[in-house]
Every structure is written in C-alpha cells, then in structure tokens.
Design a protein around this ligand. Structure first.
Ligand code: BF8
Length: 622
C-alpha cells in the first residue's frame, strides 16, 4: 500500500508503514487483495434472493437480460438497494430500541445506574407527542413516553408514526400525497424484505418508493428517538473542548478505546474508568492512570457530552491497535471490523465485545446489561488495566498528532449560540452573509483517499460562505483536520467568518453521531417552519462524500425524502439500471423535492452544491 497517499489525516501513513513492518494487514491491504472486485456487484446486477440463482444480468446486453424468475436489471438493482435501506434503517432503529429499553427501565425505577438527566427535553418530547405533562412527575412522564415510543417499532394499523409530529407540516403533506407516510418502523423494514422476496414487487418505482418510506421511519423516528432519549438520559450536548487524532493515546497510561455506537455502554465505561478506584488500580499496575478515547460514533457520543478525546474514524480502528499502546478496545455494535481481532493478535490489545447481537470470533465476550451496568463496566475496565504490563514496549508507536476540537453542537446548543432564536441565522441567510447550510455525514471508504473528500468538500464550502454541519465519521475527519477549532475561521469566507466570530463558533459544527443526523433534520424543519417554507425550498444540501455503510444509504435516502439535494462521493451500486439511476438522481425530485447527485471529485461536488444553493436562493429572492 502506498502509505503516504492513502490518507489526508496526519499520523495515518506512519502507522500503515508500521503495520507493514510488523507484518499486519489493514483494510487498505485487504482491499488490494480483493481486486478486481465483482463488476456485477458494483453495478447492483447480481441477485441471490432465491436458490434458482444467483442470477446476473449482462450490462452490455450480450448475455442474459433477465434472471431465472424474469427479474430485469431494473428490478434487481432496485431490490438490492431496498435491502440496503432496510439494513441501514434496521441498524439505526434497533440501536434506538436498545435505548428505549434502558429509558423505560429508568422510568420504572429498575436501572439504578442511569437517570433522567435532561428533564426539560423529556417534557418537550412528551408534549410534542401529545402526552400531557401537567401535574405529573418526571418518572410518570417518562413511563408514558416510553410506552408510546415502544409502539413506534411494531404498532399495528395504518396510523402514521407518532414521532412524525416532529416533522414540519409541509413535509407531512408531501409524504401524504405520495403515499410515503411510514406506519411502524419494524413494519416498513419487514415489508422491504417481503417486497424483495422472489416473486413479489418487481416494479422499480414501487420498490424505491417503499425504500423512501422506510428511510423516513429511520430518520424521523428510529434515529430521532435514539438522539432524543440519549440526550434525556445523558444530557443534551453543549459546546465542549477536546482533542482529536491518535495522538490522544498516552504513552504511560492504560489506554482504553470505546468503539461502536450506543452511549449506554460507552458512557458507563468512561465514568467507571475515570473513577478514583480505577485510576488507583492502574497505578498499581505501573501506569500513571487510565486514559479513555473514542472511536467512530460512540466516540462522538462521549466526545460531545463528556469531552472524551476522539482517536479516529472508521478506517483508523486497526491503526489504534497497531500503535501497540491500546490495552483494550471495548465495542458494542456497527462498524466494528472483525479484523481488529486479527490485528490484536499481533499486539497485546484485548478486544471486548459486549452485545448479544454482536460477537466476534477471537474476542473476549462480556455481556453488558443496564441493570448491572457499573459492575460489568468495572469488570471490563479491570481487564484493560491488568493488560497494561503486557504492552510490547519495543513496538509502541503513538503518532504525535492531535488537535483541538470544539464539539457538542446540538440543536439546543446552536440555538443558545444564536441567542435563543433562529432569527440571527435566518437573517444571515437572507442577507447572504451565509449563503447556505450543508450537512456532511458518513463513513470512510478505502476505495478513496481517507478523509480527503471529507475535508476538501468542507473547506471548499466554508470558503464560499456556506456553514457546514455534520455527524459521524465526517465530523471526526473534520475535527482531526482542525476544522472544528475556532482557528478554522481563517479558512472561511468573509461572511461566514464574521458570523462565526460573532457567535464564537467554528465554521464546521460537530452535531454528533450518525443517529444524530436527526438533529440536522430538526434544524432544517425549524428553519422551514420559521420561514413558512418547505425544507426543499431552503438553500441547503447534504453530502456523504466517503460513504460505505448501509446506514449511510438509509440516511442519504431520508435526506432526499426530506427534500434535500444530497451528494454521494462514492458511486452507489445502482449503475446497472439506467432507470433506477434516473429515478434517484432526477425523477424523485418531482415527488419529494430532493434528489441524489453523485460526484467522486469533492472540488467539483462543492461547486455543484454551491450552485444548487445559489439557485434556491434566487428562487426565494435572496
Ligand atoms: O454510524 S459514519 S463508518 S461509524 S456508518 Fe460507521 Fe459510517 Fe462511521 Fe457511525 Ni455512521
């Protein structure tokens, strides 16, 4: 692997070189071994939904044009995409279900180690969902809310999801007109699987419309619920200072990394690891203390609420092990490469899985449960501490790079920075001091230069006076590049710079983890409502420049479904059907007001996104 070219983030190249010296493979090496990757798969033209197949359609028209059942390229491509949306929505929403269970336990007084932290948010959500809060104590409100939210997953009947109460009225009208109102989260996901079974839905339009409906259930209910309840349980994020990049690992401390997605686990690990008892125990084992750092989205969760340093994003999980300085990586689910167990075998790192639904062969499995959260967290942290003497001191290399980040820009925090109302933001948009807002989200993908598109797109936009907000691995990339430090205003255009300096915010705002894309939806909805417009009228856009996961497909789809022009920097597996590609990048706009736009080059993408924003401004007379 040409180490120097693969990443835009400092410290990555030196660890890839170290990996090669140590005889360890990373995702970049395995991607090379996978070449050439299956072209049918890349085009979305392979169907193995039944045992008459696998079938594949010849994209050049010289081979079969239909599968054994008669499915065309259009049907197969649309079916495959629908299954990606289903998987992505399932991952977000099953995460939400886990948070609801803990929330319910807290409401019923069963879980002593968790509590209702943001009672105001609890009340506002309850009221938004039509639950009266008058003369009720917080436990009672929480119990009633938990019941409503539990039903979001599998409620019978055709009534809309209750959480759609948070969506702007004009959007609801658009969805109603197109028959896109989701009824229950599990039901829509289940229907995706039903429709894509052999011999059910063969019409690409109908398949894709159901994909949109499912994604709305994810964005406006599943992910939204995960965000709201995590805020209620652990506190709504406020701007907080921390550090980012692998240089946050400390040479003479026990280093623990929390990796995955759900704050139910990671917050506990942080609390317990930072306790005096554990710090003292670490000293007994020869370390100066315990240092916890985050990775991926759960890293974002503890970064934005607790100021825990963030060690890196998706493609850096193996590199953390390769430093030789990590005693344990504690994971729950999603985006955890099974490869970290293989890499860990070459060092001393313990990989600890904690979820009944996410085992990795070769890892230590300690099942976490909310009822015994502190006891289990202690047991896990102890394993990490006891592992400190095994660190291979002659093979430790921690890159020096780390940089300041201000994270924690929840909707509430943004409002507070604005002085309690959206007015200053609306005025800045109207006057053109800020031209628009773009939400950049999503993953890393070793097919393209790590973090390059993330930071390039963001820089190209802020220099054009576009405020950038975002989540997930993008926000970690931006943080590691210094774009979330107040100093980054030097890279912003004059208008955006002025606004950032007045409000004391960076030009790129960290809004959280991937489920927190829901926060972006709330901002868009609030702006649209305040202006009496629909989201599709606003000078805004979305982007996932380095996406790879099925969750990102669901997110992209619910952005589009919400009326947002949405850029993808990695070509999705739909090019085997011109019809599907056209629906997604053109026709869908007539139905929901948003559409996809695919462009691998982040500089060109920034230009197009900017032009779309300017067009929208013109239509508004701004
Ligand atoms: O949910 S951005 S690689 S870590 S899928 Fe995964 Fe993608 Fe990162 Fe978080 Ni989101």
């Amino acid at each position: 692997v040409p180490a120097k070219g693969v990443s835009a983030t400092k410290g990555v190249a030196e660890l890839i070189e170290k990996a090669e010296e140590d005889g360890v493979k990373t995702a970049w090496h395995r991607l090379l071994e996978q070449q050439p990757q299956c072209a049918f798969g890349q085009l979305g033209l392979c169907c193995r939904n039944c045992a008459m197949g696998p079938c594949r359609i010849d994209p050049f028209g010289s081979g079969p044009t239909k599968g054994v059942c008669g499915a065309s390229a259009d049907t197969i491509v649309a079916r495959n995409l629908l299954r990606m949306i289903a998987a992505g929505a399932a991952a977000h929403s099953d995460h939400a279900r886990d948070v609801v269970e803990v929330f319910k336990g807290v409401a019923e007084g069963r879980f002593q180690y968790y509590r209702l932290t943001d009672v105001e948010k609890l009340k506002s959500l309850a009221e938004a969902l039509g639950i009266s809060t008058e003369d009720k104590d917080e436990q009672e409100i929480a119990r009633e809310l938990a019941e409503v939210l539990e039903w979001e997953f599998g409620k019978p009947g055709d009534e809309p999801l209750r959480m759609l109460a948070l969506a702007p009225k004009k959007r609801i009208k658009v969805w109603e007109k197109a028959g896109l109102i989701p009824r229950a989260i599990d039901r829509e996901i289940c229907e995706c699987m039903h429709r894509t079974h052999i011999g059910v839905d063969a019409d690409p339009v109908s398949l894709l419309l159901h994909g949109i409906r499912t994604s709305i259930a994810d964005g406006w209910s599943g992910s939204m619920m995960a965000t709201y309840l995590s805020d209620i349980l652990f506190g709504t994020p406020k701007p907080i200072k921390a550090e980012a990049n692998l240089g946050v690992l400390k040479e003479d401390y026990v280093n623990i990394i929390v990796h995955g997605h759900n704050p139910i686990l990671s917050t506990k690990i942080v609390e317990v690891a930072m306790s005096e008892e554990m710090q003292e125990l670490a000293k007994k084992y020869g370390a100066r203390g315990v240092n916890v750092a985050g990775m991926c989205c759960t890293g974002n969760e503890v970064l934005m609420r607790l100021g825990v340093p963030i060690a890196g994003n998706f493609l850096m999980q193996e590199l953390a092990v390769i430093t030789g300085a990590v005693e344990a990586i504690i994971v729950d689910y999603q985006c955890i490469m099974p490869a970290i167990v293989d890499v860990a075998q070459c060092y001393h790192t313990k990989i600890i899985t904690t979820e009944p639904k996410a085992h990795i062969p070769g890892a230590i499995h300690i099942e976490f449960n909310a009822e015994k959260a502190d006891e289990i967290a202690k047991e896990i942290v102890r394993i990490a501490i006891e592992n400190y003497p095994n660190r291979p001191r002659d093979r430790v290399h921690i890159p020096k790079h780390k940089i300041e980040v201000i994270a924690g820009f929840s909707v509430e925090a943004i409002l507070e920075a604005l002085g309690g109302t959206l007015e200053p933001l609306i005025n800045a948009l109207r006057e053109g001091t800020i031209k628009g807002i773009v939400g950049i989200v999503g993953c890393n993908n070793p097919k393209i230069r790590h973090n390059h598109s993330h930071v390039t797109l963001a820089k190209e936009l802020i220099k054009r006076d576009v405020l950038v907000v975002g989540t997930g691995c993008w926000s970690i990339a931006a943080a590691m590049d210094g774009l979330m430090s107040p100093k980054a205003v030097d890279l912003a255009g004059p208008g955006l710079r002025k606004v950032c300096e007045t409000l004391n915010i960076p030009p790129c705002l960290h809004m959280g983890s991937c489920v927190d894309c829901s926060r972006i939806l709330i901002v868009l909805g609030a702006l649209a409502d305040a202006l009496g417009l629909d989201i599709s009228d606003l000078p805004v856009a979305g982007s996932a420049p380095e996406w790879m996961s099925e969750k990102a497909v669901s997110i992209g789809t619910y952005f589009v479904a919400s009326g947002v022009f949405t850029h993808l920097g990695v070509v999705p597996p739909v090019m085997g059907s011109q019809k599907v590609a056209k629906i997604l990048t053109e026709d869908v706009e007539d139905i929901v007001g948003g559409k996809f736009y695919v462009e691998p080059d982040p500089v060109k993408a920034a230009e197009t996104i900017y032009n779309v924003i300017i067009e929208k401004r013109k239509k508004l007379g701004w």
